[in-house]
Design a protein around this ligand. Structure first.
Ligand code: ADP
Ligand code: MG
Ligand code: MG
Length: 458
């Protein structure tokens, strides 16, 4: 068999081994080591399907991309075949989703807890500081949000050493990629259906993804709770100073999670204005703050979950997925991280990927922060580095397929809608499976590291 040029060349390896269709690799691995000719055919079909069904993103290399509609689009980076994923982990993540939704909401109601936990971080991280200032103003005004809407995503990796599903982080703002995640799931189902015999896989085992529909439903649900149905609108914040002539029922923040989204005081004033308004915010400033890495770390401390959750069994389930998390006030952990930086991830209070510090860089950062005796340590947390089991995957970017040893991160979307004591929605809402080269540290799709994938339940 001929090596498909596009497939093998990019990694400089031989053509994919012909081991017959439909073979399943290890528990976590991507499905099927497919014959080379078949891989080539699948890549071609997948690329065409992506263009035809809108599985596309902006092309950074195109000057008019993002400025002119329909111009400068490129297929989203995707794994060619779904990732096999054990039902045990799937069930665990699904069960945890409503617990984390509830936890986010309860923590968000404890203003003092948020202010106290983030107080030291505030001194050295002005972005988190500005968010806390808005939050403090709301506390002073004694603002109570009756209707609260959370569209969340809890991300996990399987720890190869212990086979445990461990939480990477809990996102409470701009939990993106739900549309693309649904798209890649349809792509995989379609490819497997077309090649069912050669691949020997059941397309029905690709778990359907409901992320887009369920998140839209939750937004609509919040809009209905606003009780001004005839005239009110949903405002999606994508650019500073967007305006509407109608009452805003729901504000959805697709932007606002990074300092780059606040280039001037005008954006901070807009954020404050929105927070003061009667609109339902997704997320409110408090929900946003609950999603910080610092709060994640604080919740993992002994007896902190007990402040927010009542049911002992639920607390155990939540705690079980916590990886090692430490504040940098813990001197012995800082020393361990300096000695063995490869076992840790150093995280600032940022979202969107590409912000974490690893390896030698981590060691040097810690040494210099310690030397200065600076408060800047409070800007970060340390986390146990998770090492998911790796397997060979076909990954497609820019029209080129490579075969790469890869690991995956699995996120489950959630929706939470509440009006005073009435919980209207508390649900898991589809998923995001991302696969990246095992040699890489970071993992975002948009950040350019990871590939969209879907779940093949085993
Ligand atoms: P962000 O909010 O920017 O997405 P994350 O905490 O999710 O921040 O970190 C970004 C990426 O870094 C993750 O998608 C994952 O690939 C990697 N990463 C984060 N924490 C860990 C960890 N503890 N072990 C291994 N990889 C991690
Ligand atoms: Mg995040
Ligand atoms: Mg993340």
């Amino acid at each position: 068999l001929l090596a498909p040029a596009r497939c093998a060349a990019a990694v400089g390896t031989a053509a994919p081994k012909v081991e017959g269709g439909g073979r399943r690799s290890s528990e976590q691995g991507q499905l099927a080591v497919a014959p080379a000719r078949l891989v080539d055919e699948l890549v071609e079909e997948a690329l065409v399907w992506s263009s035809q069904h809108g599985l596309v993103v902006g092309d950074k290399n195109h000057p008019r991309s993002g400025k002119a509609p329909g111009v400068g689009l490129l297929h989203a980076p995707f794994a060619l075949l779904p990732m096999s994923f054990s039902k045990v982990y799937w069930d665990q993540a699904v069960e945890l989703a409503p617990l984390f939704n509830e936890l986010v909401d309860r923590v968000s109601l404890d203003g003092d807890f948020l202010q106290e936990t983030l107080a030291r971080t505030k001194e050295v991280d002005s972005f988190t500081g500005r968010l806390l200032d808005i939050h403090a103003k709301m506390m002073k005004l004694n603002r109570k949000e009756d209707v609260r809407l959370g569209l969340t995503r809890s991300d996990y990796m399987v720890d190869g050493a212990t086979d445990q599903l461990l939480q990477v982080e809990l996102n409470t703002i701009s939990t993106s990629s739900n549309g693309l995640a649904c798209g890649v799931c349809e792509l995989h189902r379609n490819l497997i259906r077309q090649h069912e015999r050669e691949l020997g896989l059941d397309p029905e085992s690709v778990v359907g993804n409901t992320a887009i529909a369920q998140h839209a439903e939750a937004l609509a649900g919040a809009w209905a709770e606003f009780n001004n149905q005839r005239f009110s609108v949903v405002l999606v914040v994508v650019q500073p100073e967007e305006r509407d002539g109608l009452p805003v029922a729901v504000v959805y923040f697709r932007a606002g999670y990074t300092p780059n989204d606040y280039p001037s005081e005008a954006e901070w004033r807009a954020r404050l204005l929105i927070e003061c308004s009667s609109a339902i915010k997704c997320p409110s400033i408090a929900h946003h703050l609950v999603g910080t890495k610092k709060i994640q770390q604080e919740l993992a401390k002994e007896n902190v979950l007990e402040r927010f959750l009542d049911n002992k069994a639920d607390i155990e389930k939540v705690r079980k997925c916590f990886a090692g998390l430490w504040s940098l006030e813990n001197d012995s952990i800082v020393m361990s991280a300096i000695e063995s930086p490869e076992l840790f991830v150093l995280k600032p209070q940022r979202e969107g990927g590409g912000n974490n510090i690893y390896g030698d860089n981590l060691r040097e950062t810690l040494i210099s922060l310690k030397k200065d005796g600076s408060n800047e340590l409070a800007a970060y947390i340390l986390m146990q580095r998770i090492f998911p089991p790796a397997s060979l995957c076909y990954l497609v970017r820019d029209g080129t397929c490579i075969r790469e040893n890869a690991v995956s991160e699995f996120g489950i979307f959630g929706a939470y809608l509440r009006n005073k004591d009435r919980v209207i929605i508390n649900d898991q809402c589809g998923y995001l499976m991302r696969t990246k080269a095992a040699s890489l540290n970071e993992g975002g799709v948009v950040a350019g590291y990871a590939f969209l994938n879907s779940v093949f339940l085993t």
